[in-house]
Write a protein that binds this ligand. Structure first.
Ligand code: HEM
Length: 404
């Protein structure tokens, strides 16, 4: 991190320890200028109250076409002039009303708590199979063996994606979300677009009971979904399903194993699990910075006026550790009332998958603790590395000893 006098560079030090960096920044004020790893200048918001208000503020836009234009004006010369490849990025998280409203309506029903509750038996079955496979092993990477395959299998089954190309998908998705400049980005985006186009064509030819077939049908059924929007929707749902819940499981298990007193509290009263999941989301949630927003007019935050047409990033990690909102914020406390945390965002873009993520988190972490009561870390916490992304807060690996 650079000095607090100029814009703060969100570099590798920040990625390894965002909490310390944002605590220092918050002490300076609720918003500061910063530079993202790929060189983009942004305004970074670190307070809970302002973060929450801005997430729901209609003066902040998200439309990917406008964002691309602003990006082309602002980006450093050595950067790719395109922020989002529109073939993949024409989705609800990059749209403003009325497009956002139309796109979100198409999938809302698939993710309500009631619909998702019906998936519990299947989620429990996948969990059991993965835990069984870990049982004979001394040491395992919990992410590879458990936290990744569970949500990936669930979202792929929900959408109707066959297993054969899941590894490729995961690799492209990783590249697309990573923070470092990379030539591979364009290749990964093209490969992803080609893969999803073929998948959509397969669904059109042989529709099934799955969500992707329903979306293909919606796109054939008038003007509700353009071809680009259909591919982008599939991309968004698959990436969200691949990249987020894994970190709820990974970060949650890490937090518990590092705070044995809280593990003991939870073991003594397993009924606390749903509350503990909310606390894991607050304490070290899967999403670091909320996705990109830009001001459509000047917006005042505390003492600072952000001019029009500037990029704004809201740090969900920082908001959730703001002492003004959560007393003793750096302490993991599975009995606290963490309601109101911003790990799933806020406002019209509030995570559509939250009920599914909560259910997966509960079944996974509950299942792991029940099956392996003596589970412990197989690495010093200081040795653990975080993935180089400013969007995702997730470990590269989480070595554990299931049987202690
Ligand atoms: C613990 C896991 C998850 C976390 C922490 C999470 C977090 C978030 C956050 C913070 C946002 C809003 C971003 C912003 O406003 O910039 C969001 C939006 C979204 N999430 Fe999740 N998510 C999770 C799991 C999922 C899952 C499993 C799905 C489903 C496939 C999903 C689908 C979506 C979609 C489609 C949006 C866009 C909603 C909109 O623009 O209206 N998420 N998520």
């Amino acid at each position: 991190m650079q000095s607090l006098d100029g814009p703060t560079r969100l570099d590798l030090e920040y990625i390894q320890d965002p909490h310390t960096v944002t605590e220092l920044l918050r002490a300076e004020g609720p918003v500061r200028q910063a530079v993202l790893p790929r060189g983009l200048p942004v305004w970074l918001v670190t307070s809970y109250a302002d973060g929450k208000a801005l997430l729901a503020d209609p003066r902040l836009g998200k439309d990917s076409r406008v964002a691309n234009e602003l990006f082309a004006e602002r980006a450093a010369v050595d950067q790719s002039p395109v922020l989002f490849p529109l073939s993949l990025a024409t989705h609800m998280l990059n749209s403003d009303p009325p497009d956002h409203t139309r796109l979100r309506k198409l999938v809302n029903r698939a993710f309500t708590s009631r619909t998702v509750a019906r998936m519990r038996p299947r989620i429990e079955q996948i969990t059991k199979e993965l835990l069984d496979a870990m049982a004979g092993r001394e040491t395992v990477d919990l992410l590879e063996a458990f936290a990744f395959p569970l949500p990936i299998t669930v979202i792929c089954e929900l959408l109707g994606v066959p297993d054969d190309e899941r590894d490729d998908f995961r690799r492209w998705s990783n590249i697309i979300l990573s923070a470092l400049p990379t030539d591979e980005l364009a290749d990964a985006s093209s490969a992803m677009t080609a893969y999803l186009s073929t998948l959509v064509e397969d669904k059109r030819a042989t529709p099934d009971e799955d969500l992707l077939s329903a979306l293909v049908h919606a796109s054939d059924d008038g003007d509700r979904l353009s071809p680009k929007e259909l591919i982008s929707m599939a991309f968004l749902l698959l990436v969200a399903g691949h990249e987020t819940t894994v970190n709820l499981i990974g970060n949650g298990v890490l937090a518990l194993l590092r705070n044995q007193d809280q593990l003991a509290v939870l073991r003594a009263d397993p009924g606390l699990l749903p509350n503990a999941i909310e606390e894991f989301l607050r304490y070290d949630g899967p999403v670091n910075l909320a996705t990109l927003r830009f001001t459509t007019e000047p917006v005042r935050v505390g003492e600072v006026e952000i001019p029009a047409e500037e990029f704004v990033m809201i740090s969900l990690l920082a908001a959730n550790r703001d002492g003004e909102r959560f007393p003793d914020p750096t302490r993991l406390d599975v009995t606290r009332q963490p309601g109101g945390h911003l790990a799933f965002g806020h406002g019209i873009h509030y995570c559509v998958g939250a009920p599914l993520a909560r259910l997966e988190g509960e079944v996974a972490i509950g299942g792991l603790l029940e099956r392996f009561p003596a589970v412990r870390l197989a690495a010093e916490p200081a040795e653990l590395r975080w993935r180089d992304s400013t969007l995702m807060r997730g470990l590269e690996t989480l070595p554990i000893r299931p049987r202690g």
